[in-house]
Design a protein around this ligand. Structure first.
Ligand code: SDX
Length: 428
């Protein structure tokens, strides 16, 4: 149902239409604001600004709701595979058995890297950050796919999506092997998506790694929970790049860069560093929380807080339960899990966090699971990126398929120098 929003400016009234989504979210359509009033809006951090309409993911931050294409995350976590979830997120519905088999076949056919592409790894120092490698190699991959620069049909899109989703595993595993001086492992075509990744990460030429089914399940769950999340920082970056008409590879490579930051995807690394600091320093959890609360403290409780979730992050609840179950099943004692639980208890009962509606987010427990899998800390955000690839591809597709899509070009309020003349250097 459309309403009208009236704005009074400089003694004049202006009416603007409103828009309402399928879940009753409402927005004021200000596409004519500047032409009619000369004003723009200003919203640092975009906390109140919708950049697009989208049909991919729905979040209700107050109720802790997350749905991919209408299906609750709890059901997908329990019943779906990551590849089914990827198809759902990209194409808007669960795949038929035939489509799922076809997509799996495409993923298998794309597990290997072009031998010349493998040589790129020689150019990176052993301590190169795997997020830098991932972003670079996604763009490098596109140099071998000239027919996928300009995607004009569903088959090419499916092939391109399969290439990226499949090869990011191989790139991630190769960057790990390179960093520890071990030979790259070729994928096994008969392995599942997750089992093959773990194989490429941890097998050796003389020793096959046989992952515990619990670990394979936990990895699949981790990837499903990270598959998409509305217009977060990195997805908005993908859309920004896609809006210029850039190809899918370039857009996803840009998403990797945005995800890297510690306030976003890099938080899963920062959480473990925080827990390790508390554990190794012997500091009491309550003392650490007190430091976070100090007025001019730069410390943040990493893995806590969210721009949208103001009650709880449903993914955090699922990951906490999965971490408890996985460590118990594998008989792993991780002191960081205990510290994380204590931090959560202290924070959830502390007015500072309650007043600011700060709760554990997806990154708070995910690192515990990755640690239990043996994933090195500097690859945690790469794992987040592998999970988020379907969401980035879906958002790229949503812009690409929209005939009304425009180049994203925000405005600004200029606060710099007013006009001044050039001063010759001998007079400066
Ligand atoms: C992800 O957007 C998505 O969907 C992202 C994501 C996805 O799936 O793509 O969900 C993944 O990025 C999750 C978030 C991971 N980041 C972290 O865990 C880093 C720690 N959290 C924060 O830095 C922070 O909570 C953000 C960045 C997540 C959100 O910050 P906002 O919405 O910009 O809030 P803010 O910085 O304006 O903070 C509001 C108040 C401030 O205090 P006051 O100035 O009012 O006194 O809350 C405080 C902040 O200092 N605050 C925190 C805090 N987060 C906010 N204080 C201590 N610890 C924290 N974690």
């Amino acid at each position: 149902m459309s309403h009208t929003c009236r704005i009074e400016l400089d003694g004049k009234s202006y009416d603007f239409p409103t828009v309402e989504g399928t879940e009753n979210e409402r927005g004021i359509d200000i596409t004519t604001l500047r032409d009619r009033t000369g004003y723009i809006t200003l919203d640092e951090g975009y906390g109140n600004t919708g950049s697009c309409t989208s049909a991919i993911t729905y979040i209700d931050g107050d109720k802790g709701i997350l749905r991919y294409r209408g299906i609750p995350i709890e059901q997908l976590a329990e019943k779906a595979s990551f590849i089914e979830t990827a198809w759902l997120v990209i194409w808007g519905r669960l795949p038929t058995a035939e489509e799922l088999q076809r997509f799996r076949t495409r993923l298998t056919a794309n597990e290997m890297l072009h031998e010349s592409l493998r040589n790129n790894f020689e150019g990176f120092p052993p301590n190169a950050h795997p997020m830098a490698i991932l972003s670079a190699m996604i763009n490098a991959m596109s140099c071998y796919e000239p027919d996928m620069m300009d995607i004009e049909d569903d088959t090419t899109l499916e092939r391109a999506a399969a290439r990226i989703i499949s090869k990011v595993r191989t790139i991630a595993a190769a960057s790990y092997k390179m960093s520890i001086g071990q030979p790259l492992m070729y994928p096994h075509p008969e392995y599942s998506y997750c089992k093959n990744f773990l194989h490429m990460m941890f097998s050796l030429p003389y020793g096959e790694y046989e992952p515990d089914p619990e670990i394979i399940h936990a990895l699949s769950l981790f990837l499903i929970l990270h598959a998409d999340h509305e217009q977060n920082c990195s997805t908005s970056t993908v859309r920004m790049v896609a809006s210029s008409g850039a190809n899918m590879f370039a857009s996803c490579a840009a998403g990797v860069c945005a995800l890297w930051g510690p306030l976003h995807g890099g938080a899963n690394v920062a959480v473990i560093e925080m827990l390790e600091f508390i554990s190794q320093s012997g500091m009491k959890v309550s003392d650490y929380v007190a430091k976070v609360k100090e007025k001019d403290s730069k410390l943040r409780l990493m893995g806590f807080g969210h721009r949208v979730y103001k009650n709880f992050d449903p993914r955090s609840k699922i990951l906490k339960a999965a971490a408890d179950k996985m460590l118990a099943r594998l008989n792993i004692q991780d002191p960081l899990l205990e510290i994380a639980g204590e931090l959560e208890d202290v924070a959830l009962n502390d007015p500072y966090f309650v007043e600011r509606k700060l709760y554990p987010n997806v990154d708070f427990y995910s690192g515990i699971i990755l640690r239990a899998m043996g994933i090195p800390l500097n690859m945690f955000t790469v794992m987040f990126a592998i999970g988020r690839m379907p969401g980035w591809i879906a958002n790229w597709k949503e812009i690409h398929d929209n005939p009304k899509a425009r180049l994203n070009r925000p405005r600004q309020i200029y606060i710099g120098n007013t006009i001044q003349d050039y001063v010759p250097i001998d007079q400066r």
